[in-house]
Design a protein around this ligand. Sequence first.
Ligand SMILES: O=C(O)[C@H]1O[C@H](OP(=O)(O)OP(=O)(O)OC[C@H]2O[C@@H](n3ccc(=O)[nH]c3=O)[C@H](O)[C@@H]2O)[C@H](O)[C@@H](O)[C@@H]1O
Length: 437
Amino acid sequence: MSKQMSHLDDIPSTPGKFKMEKSPFVHNRLRWHSSLAKLTFWSCIFLGLILIFFFRSPSSNPLPQDPSRRSLRTYNWGGPAWEKRVRSSARVRSHNGISVLVTGAAGFVGTHVSAALKRRGDGVLGLDNFNDYYDPSLKRARQALLERSGVFIVEGDINDSALLRKLFEVVAFTHVMHLAAQAGVRYAMENPGSYVHSNIAGLVSLLEVCKSANPQPAIVWASSSSVYGLNTKVPFSEKDRTDQPASLYAATKKAGEEIAHTYNHIYGLSLTGLRFFTVYGPWGRPDMAYFFFTRDILKGKSIPIFEAANHGTVARDFTYIDDIVKGCLAALDTAEKSTGSGGKKKGPAQLRVYNLGNTSPVPVSDLVSILERLLKVNAKRDIMKLPRNGDVQFTHANISLAQRELGYKPSTDLQTGLKKFVRWYLSYYNGGKKAAG
Ligand SMILES: O=C(O)[C@H]1O[C@H](OP(=O)(O)OP(=O)(O)OC[C@H]2O[C@@H](n3ccc(=O)[nH]c3=O)[C@H](O)[C@@H]2O)[C@H](O)[C@@H](O)[C@@H]1O
């Protein structure tokens, strides 16, 4: 190093100018030294700036800062012990049982559906990416609950095609109950990418693997009442227009219905979409109004209650989880087989869409009154204008199609359902001592 330096020191940097200097050697050495120092100095500054930029740039570390790219997380799966667990969880234990892959199994509806299927002896394997859209510890608690009844939840993302293919290699699922999604109407303005990632790209990734599976499974999946968007004709019937979504969430669910049509048409996949109407109940989602209203009423915090223009009522056709589960199971049981094999269609296949609602919309202010009575605490009501962030003024399901074809008959009113929710909430959060996330 020093040898090389001394050699470099002897060579004038600009030989042409050399002769013009009065004391060429000394002067040039000084010049050389000072320019080397300058070069080193500016290089350090430049390097420093690059490093600062690199570490502060969100793209250098996409995982914690960009939740729409959750699939970039790596999950551990595979190996003989893992395959054994997968097989055992998916094993059918009753005569004429089905074997179901439940995506979003650690979610609210996913947990209840998985438990119900397992109870009647069907084979159930869960899949969930345990993202942090809301408190993941609640998802872990649901997972523990399912584990106790023999349901294994594979940790992974529906965008991971290699994982999905592996699951179909290990188990010949007869059905897929696809509930993994980015839910929530208002969050779509904060993180639009996560909706595209889960509800569109994830759905396509799943259907691609299902279409190539041999045998192809029948698929039942969660659409949403939000697809009715700005439709004003009530009650909402499956025949009504769904081309005016009011949120990106609704648009991705509507896109899902169109994508389902395509895969049914080209590949003969049997597909049933269920339009859920504001599902609530024990083990529910903390991002939903009934859940965080409960938390905030208990904390003495004020709760924002939306109203439409001219003090118009905002109402929802709140549907209790047990009724939804019955609808899901009936959809699975009436699903016909897919007709394709090896990615090729052999004949026309079933394509269905059903409303699963309660058929009795309740104003949000009444929901709050019921919670006040059940919690024995007066809410601090903060009445505010319905924000323009995707909410619609009301939903109301016409369920006659589901009644006729699935035998769907909701039987829990909001008062009864909320009573069960509040009992669960108080015991889960230890009498309100542990705060809900
Ligand atoms: O059924 C559906 O299609 C949808 O139901 C819910 O969406 P949403 O009905 O908006 O449920 P909440 O967020 O719990 O809101 C319930 C009601 O409370 C109102 N609300 C919400 C939040 C708030 O701070 N204040 C308030 O008054 C809403 O406007 C709405 O009328 C779910 O979050 C969606 O994932 C689902 O697809």
